[in-house]
Design a protein around this ligand. Structure first.
Ligand code: FES
Length: 156
């Protein structure tokens, strides 16, 4: 609860879009999601109905109401990425992490999602991990990215 108060206090709530606040709260949550307590707190702090917080959180694919991994991997499935090797990239991720789209690894480190476009079509095939876009993904590149991320977490 303290975190949410701090986030809200640190932002200009007056003109703050609800989506922006939800994203900030979600980013501050290790499991990358908005839980019921957060919904209640946000509604109370912004003096809006809980239903409005829920409907906004449900509408945007960037927001999750279920716990997810520490790192969110988003694979673009739109035509340019599809034609440039999205299936190979997705297979690499699935083999490395032993999960499919919509799942989270058992260690809670990664969740795998699909998106329509990342706005990085010029470097297809592209994926996004958290806030960073990775493009022009050659064979085995994504495997080494994921191994590096896992090592970083282990060494922290
Ligand atoms: S089509 Fe993949 S990033 Fe736009």
């Amino acid at each position: 609860l303290k975190n949410i108060h701090e986030i809200v206090d640190g932002m200009s709530v007056g003109g703050l879009p609800l989506l922006q606040l939800l994203l900030a709260v979600q980013d501050a949550t290790p499991q990358n999601y908005i839980n019921e307590t957060a919904v209640n707190e946000i509604a109370m702090l912004l003096k809006i109905p809980r239903s409005r917080v829920y409907s906004t959180a449900s509408f945007y694919s960037e927001i999750s109401l279920k716990p997810r991994g520490l790192h969110i991997i988003r694979v673009c499935t739109n035509a340019p990425c599809e034609n440039a090797g999205k299936e190979r990239v997705l297979n690499e991720i699935e083999q490395e992490l032993k999960i499919t789209v919509g799942q989270t690894t058992n260690d809670g480190l990664f969740s795998l999602e699909s998106v329509n476009c990342l706005g990085a079509c010029y470097m297809s095939p592209a994926i996004k991990i958290d806030d960073k876009i990775y493009g022009n993904l050659e064979k085995n590149r994504v495997t080494s990215i994921l191994r590096n991320l896992r090592e970083e977490v282990i060494n922290e």
